[in-house]
Design a protein around this ligand. Structure first.
Ligand code: C2E
Ligand code: MG
Ligand code: MG
Ligand code: MG
Length: 290
């Protein structure tokens, strides 16, 4: 046995070291540190109204900028953050940062947009969510009409009574409520009656194969009909190409979000995007009006 492997051998079996390694390298611990160290950032994805040719809103999407691991998407850490309760401070940070950023853009004189913030299941069940939102808007000085909160159906199912009450109070405050990933849950239609939604976001799975699937076309068409009856705004998610844009337009879907218009952008890039949008906008309108 060489000296080298002997040392490795020793390290491997040192129980104290084992504990430390386990502590330092679990994703959970890294995630805690990351939140403390300010490694979370927000990207923003534009939502376009194709009829008016305007950026209607921006969805805030969290990323973890890890010095060791690089840029990590929320799918990789939100479930863990939910499990450990870390989602609560993280969610408050997202809300505050998104509102502050929106206020900043308004103060720069840009045309005002709605900032959309994704809520988590736990946040929605928090009795103090209303207070948190109210305090955040007040401290930032943002009018509630420039904030939209996105919830998913599965979040509502956890406790329908609390969810309903909370969403109603938020709505009364003047905040918009949006149903994310619409169509993927179990009881979407009943929920439209129960909860005070302003916006439906058509899940990207229906948009993805729109050009090949007449079923998806019919589903979106039905959602459009429903939305008129309920007086809801509709946004199609995951719009990636001109063909999808054209079909959605034919279905009278006016609002879209997706890579075709823009990937989620850093706050600096949003600024460039909003300023440069006027030129781009004319191209979209030209290409869809014929
Ligand atoms: P979501 O709210 O449905 O967000 C839309 C996701 O689709 C985003 O993924 C976005 O980057 C992606 N996307 C947008 N346009 C396109 C497109 O044209 N094609 C494709 N293939 N994808 C597109 P992202 O950023 O990875 O977020 C994933 C999910 O993580 C979100 O789904 C949301 O449920 C959750 N999430 C993100 N940020 C937050 C947050 O701050 N808080 C909470 N609780 N959840 C968040
Ligand atoms: Mg969303
Ligand atoms: Mg979605
Ligand atoms: Mg989603």
């Amino acid at each position: 046995r060489t000296k080298e492997s002997g040392r490795n051998h020793y390290q491997f079996y040192n129980p104290q070291m084992g504990v430390e390694i386990a502590e330092n390298f679990t994703l959970e611990n890294q995630l805690h540190q990351a939140v403390k160290n300010g490694e979370m950032i927000l990207h923003y994805q534009p939502q376009i109204n194709i009829k008016t040719g305007q950026v209607y809103g921006l969805e805030a999407l969290i990323r973890w900028k890890s010095p060791q691991l690089g840029l990590i998407k929320p799918g990789k850490f939100i479930p863990l953050a939910e499990k450990t309760g870390l989602i609560l401070p993280m969610g408050e940070w997202v809300l505050k940062t998104a509102c502050q950023q929106n206020k900043k853009w308004q103060q720069m004189g840009l045309p005002p947009v709605i900032i959309s913030v994704n809520l988590s299941a736990q946040q929605l069940q928090q009795p103090n969510l209303i207070e948190t939102v109210e305090n955040t808007l007040e401290s930032v000085g943002l009018d509630p009409k420039w904030l939209e909160l996105e919830v998913t159906e599965s979040m509502l199912m956890k406790n329908i009574t609390i969810a309903k009450k909370t969403l109603q109070e938020l709505r009364e405050m003047g905040v918009y409520i949006s149903m994310d990933d619409f169509g993927t849950g179990y009881s979407s239609l009943g929920y439209l009656k129960k909860f005070p939604f302003d916006t439906l976001k058509i899940d990207q799975s229906f948009v993805k194969e729109l050009n090949q699937s007449s079923q998806d076309l019919h589903i979106i068409s039905a959602i459009m009909t429903l939305s008129r009856g309920f007086n809801l705004r509709v946004i199609a998610e995951g719009v990636e190409n001109q063909e999808q844009l054209k079909l959605l337009k034919e279905l009278n879907c006016e609002e879209m979000q997706g890579y075709l218009f823009s990937r989620p952008l850093s706050s600096e890039d949003v600024l460039k995007y909003l300023i440069g949008f006027q030129k781009q906008k004319n191209q979209f309108l030209l290409s869809t009006n014929n």
